[in-house]
Design a protein. Sequence first.
Length: 318
Amino acid sequence: MLKGRRAFHVGDTKVIQPEFQNEDVNGKESKSTLVKDFLALIKIGIINSNIITAFTGIWLALFYNGLGFFDHLDKVILAIIGTWLVIAGSCALNNYIDRDIDGKMDRTKSRPTVNGHFSSNFALTIGLLFVTLGELFLFQTTVTAGLIGAFGSFIYVVLYSLWSKRRYTLNTVIGSFSGAVPPLIGWAAIDGNLHIVSWVLFLIMFLWQPPHFLALAMRRTDDYRDAGIPMLPVVYGFQVTKRQIMIWIFCLLPLPFYLLSLGIPFVILATILNIGWIVLGLTGYKKQDDMKWATKMFVYSLNYLTILFVAMVIATLL
């Protein structure tokens, strides 16, 4: 749309150039920004990774109970939507709680609760609304699924965000309990009597998170220090953090053998993933600079989780 003209000089010549403003483009950009801000508020990356593990819990519960996927599609859909909403709401509440410290860190200073795109009341409302709706969906599957979802949200919002995050280096471990419940929720939505396999999934997720988040904390140590958050590398340094990361990874080693019912090929793959992570960590433990080491460990952890849980689903189809 033609809005007017502007003048500029080239040498001694004054040139008049029309000014254009494309309202359609601006409108699309505004909508795009709004969507990006909303996805940042609910932490869509965290949701996506957790939905993979929740779906695996659903799928394996169907498999071990000899149930058909499409015969229980209603519960599958309710569980996925409910888990999605509970995680999204909990993340929005985390953004609401952390809005004072997020502005001090480069990684989080552009969050909508910091830059003013969303008010704190909006974040609080969305958080409470989504968690409530998510719980309603989960309780329509089984009571166990609803209770586990509420437990995970409570751990993340209260025990992690409100209490331990700003006080103790164990905040990562405490937060790991909430991050480990999605596969339990998924399983419980189909079978409220939690099978031993569901608890193995929980343990895998619980043990995976400290090395994942501690590697991230190493990469963002200055951020956490500026914000006054007592992450392990801030308080005790990189060497202690690296040692802790390796200990947590070693703890993952025996878990695939509790999933022999998924077949030898899966156990071999899972063991290779575990050994690969250990070898990666030990190879560069002293030779590489700490930031390079932490980056490699962080990237490996992301691939590890996706490959492992997708492989569980595939193993049931072979």
